[in-house]
Design a protein around this ligand. Structure first.
Ligand SMILES: [Zn+2]
Length: 239
């Protein structure tokens, strides 16, 4: 009797409810909402730039923490990973972005060679990036099976490709990971060029299978494109 009562009370707790795969991302990344949001917190591996906008799906939040941990384990002395916007608590429009509306997108900083994170998501050159740690991070996102794409300016991809070669990645793996040296318009590879992504990586996850009301496709592309062009300029100014 006592045991069944205990079990009943356990099942009724919110902690248990969170164990079930819950529908969190509604709609598209550029026209969507977030329900039952999960919060990304500052930790030993993660430093938040905008704590108010650090809400996402559980998979997004867990993935960022886990991959930051993987980097720390593999490379001693890695600094904390600087994370910019995810989504607002209930999702929806988050200025100045077109996307970031349903917890499936995050702006992620780079590991820096100087050994500490920048104060913000600032523009960096290829020579400033710590290619080893940043490649481990990207590899972790790709191998998760949750990733849809990472957007990263093509000027920052060569040192990562070079590091991948050094590490003995097969040609095939490198090709399927990076769009470089293909052209700017190439949509092949997990890591693709999108102009202006020289101050952060934009990580986008797939819809989870159980999220029936999540939409993979970006909504009304033409309008979204115009918005994101404006977004890039404003992000550059803000940071
Ligand atoms: Zn972004």
């Amino acid at each position: 009797m006592g045991l069944s009562l205990l079990l009943c009370s356990m099942l009724a707790t919110p902690a248990f409810a969170r164990w079930k795969p819950t529908q969190q991302a509604l709609g598209a990344v550029n026209r969507g909402k977030l329900v039952h949001p999960s919060k990304l917190h500052n930790s030993r591996g993660v430093k938040l730039r905008f704590p108010r906008n650090s809400w996402g799906t559980r998979r997004m939040v867990d993935l960022i923490q886990q991959c930051a941990k993987v980097v720390r384990k593999r490379h001693r002395g890695a600094h904390r990973l600087l994370v910019g916007d995810l989504s607002r608590k209930r999702g929806g429009r988050l200025k100045p972005h077109a996307g970031h509306q349903n917890g499936r997108e995050a702006d992620i900083g780079f590991y820096m060679r100087r050994g500490k994170p920048l104060g913000g998501l600032w523009r960096v050159g290829a020579a400033q990036i710590d290619a080893k740690r940043t490649l481990t991070l990207i590899g972790c996102f790709v191998s998760s099976g949750e990733l849809m794409n990472i957007f990263l300016d093509r000027s920052l991809q060569p040192p990562l490709v070079k590091e991948a070669r050094k590490r003995g990645w097969s040609k095939r793996r490198i090709k399927s990971t990076f769009s470089w040296p293909r052209g700017r318009r190439s949509r092949v590879g997990w890591v693709q060029h999108r102009g202006g992504h020289w101050n952060h990586m934009h990580v986008r996850l797939k819809c989870a299978r159980h999220e029936r009301r999540c939409v993979t496709r970006v909504a009304s592309r033409r309008r979204a494109k115009r918005r994101s062009r404006r977004h890039r300029h404003r992000v550059a100014r803000r940071r």
